[in-house]
Design a protein. Structure first.
Length: 412
């Protein structure tokens, strides 16, 4: 192989002639029909992959089997950063992977697009050109993938389609890591401490003089998730306003006590530490944020790339350190109800809930209204709602109140 140099992919760079001598406009028009069956195969492979390695192998195989590309490759984030050499390759020898420069995928500014930096073209000598894309999902980079073709610059439409595919692969990696965590026979527990004042929660805690603890971190469509946070020692309204004003995030007050403390819901992006954890499929079990620092205890599936997670966090919040790391021989168990939990309901609560269930009140669309269920039990609709609300709250508290465990200062 000859020396390879990377250049930012530009539409004004003339492409190498295609084997049949067709013009660029003809190439542009054929992109859709040629790529449709390939993308269908890639999507099917992504959905059925059970591990990240299997996902990478299937993506590269499908792309390299396409008549449009001579080879395909995929690497993880440490490889992009020059810290390892972990490539999956199909259609080429391992040594023929693209040489990534340190600044290949450095964003032009802090306002990098959701889809990540622009693709780059890398000279592969006699075999053609690699076009390399970052695997980015909601602002988090998982690595890169490339296709080898005879063209130095792929048609605009083709690059757009492949950039969208890179986002799909990034999303799939998140899903695979989450499934691994839930199915893992053991977990790696890490504790991170961040005193970075640009951390939104640390900054808000400093300004308001409050303390945050995490009650729950849930996935949502199109974001890094939503965090439910308890605010202590200060007004939950003031904490919410500070987060909203300083970081323009979607923050909502959920509950407020007579003393002003309460709970807020914060819709995250992956630029936050909690959002990064969500993006990596990790489970945050403990969180404590004060004006001095933020402490997080996180569980990942055994064998996960802890260094990559820490690197992602440090890239945005440099003053973050790994305080501890240990492997625990316990699977991550989803919350569940037991017979004892059901037995804690009163006879009336249980009978009302069972009647509502059998009547189809909980179906969608409902097979019976609350008024109809109440009439069958010879009670008022208000009484029915009262029994159902108390029973539902009691069961949901059993189910979800054992989420993230609060960190107590100095002890656990």
């Amino acid at each position: 192989m000859t020396d390879r140099t990377a250049t930012q992919d530009r539409t004004d760079i003339p492409a190498h002639p295609s084997p049949d001598g067709s013009e660029a406009s003809q190439q542009e028009g054929s992109v859709g029909s040629d790529l449709v069956p390939v993308l269908r195969g890639v999507n099917a492979a992504i959905v059925s992959a059970s591990t990240r390695e299997e996902l990478a192998d299937r993506v590269c195989t499908y792309l390299s089997d396409s008549p449009r590309y001579r080879a395909a490759c995929l690497c993880d984030r440490p490889t992009c950063a020059g810290q390892s050499d972990n490539w999956t390759v199909a259609g080429a020898e391992p040594g023929e992977t693209p040489t990534l420069l340190d600044d290949c995928f450095a964003p032009a500014d802090a306002e990098a697009s959701e889809s990540g930096p622009s693709p780059v073209s890398i000279d592969a000598g006699q075999t053609g050109w690699w076009t390399v894309f970052t695997l980015t999902y909601h602002g988090t980079s998982y690595g890169a993938f490339g296709v080898l073709s005879s063209q130095q610059s792929l048609p605009d439409r083709e690059r757009t389609v492949l950039q969208e595919l890179a986002t799909v692969i990034g999303h799939a990696i998140t899903a695979v890591e989450t499934r691994r965590l839930l199915a893992a026979p053991a977990v790696v527990e890490i504790e991170l401490v961040s005193s970075d004042t640009t951390n939104p929660l640390v900054a808000a805690a400093t300004q308001v003089g409050c303390r945050f603890t995490l009650d729950g971190l849930l996935p949502t469509t199109g974001t890094g998730g939503v965090a439910y946070l308890t605010v202590e020692n200060a007004s939950v309204v003031a904490a919410s306003e500070q987060l909203t004003e300083s970081f323009a995030d979607d923050v909502t007050v959920v509950t407020e006590s007579p003393t002003g403390e309460g709970t807020l819901a914060w819709r995250l992006n992956t630029d936050t530490v909690l959002g990064q954890f969500r993006a990596h499929g990790a489970q945050v079990t403990e969180t404590l944020v004060t004006s001095e620092s933020a402490r997080y205890t996180v569980e990942l599936a055994s064998g996960s790339d802890v260094r990559s997670v820490l690197q992602c966090v440090r890239q945005r919040y440099p003053d973050t350190r790994l305080r501890s790391k240990r492997e625990l021989e316990r699977p991550v168990q989803p919350p569940r109800l037991t017979d004892d939990d059901l037995a804690s309901l009163t006879d009336r609560q249980r009978s009302v809930m069972e009647a509502a269930f059998h009547a189809g009140y909980y179906r969608w669309p409902r097979a019976a209204t609350a008024e109809e269920v109440a009439t069958s039990l010879d009670i008022s609709a208000a009484t029915l709602h009262g029994h159902l609300r108390k029973a539902e709250h009691q069961l949901l508290e059993k189910l979800f109140a054992t989420g993230p465990r609060p960190i107590h200062d100095g002890t656990r």
